[in-house]
Ligand binder design. Sequence first.
Ligand code: 5GP
Ligand code: ZN
Length: 117
Amino acid sequence: MSEKVSDCIFCKIAAGEIPSDKVYEDERVLAFRDINPQAPTHILVIPKEHIDSAADITAENAPLAARCLEIIADVAKAEGLSGGFRVITNVGEDGGQSVRHLHFHLLGGVKMNEGLL
Ligand code: 5GP
Ligand code: ZN
C-alpha cells in the first residue's frame, strides 16, 4: 500500500533522500517549506504514501488526506496564522499541478486577494 514511486520528487523528500525544510513530520505526513514561496508562509503538506492527486482520494486513503488537513490546522497555528490562511491543492494539467504527488499548499502571512477564489 505504501508504495514509493521511484521518479517522484515528493516521495524522495518524504523518504529523506532529498533534503527539505521540515516544519512537521510523523509516520504518515510531512510538512515542509515550499522551495519557491508564493506568500510569507508557504508550506506543503503531503502524505508520505504516494497518492497522485486529490482526484485519487478514495474511501481507503481518505483518512490520510484528512490527517493532512488536521496537520495543516496545527501547522497554521504554530506558524501564527491566527488571521487566517489559504489551502490549495492543484489537480492535473488544467489544475496547474506540476508535482504528481498529492500536496496541499498552506499559504499565509498576507491578506490574500479575492481573484480566483
Ligand atoms: P504544484 O504546482 O504541483 O501545485 O506545486 C508544486 C510545488 O512544489 C511548487 O510550489 C514548487 O515550488 C514546489 N517544489 C517543487 N520541487 C520542490 C522541491 O524540491 N522542494 C521543495 N521544498 N518544494 C518544491
Ligand atoms: Zn510520490
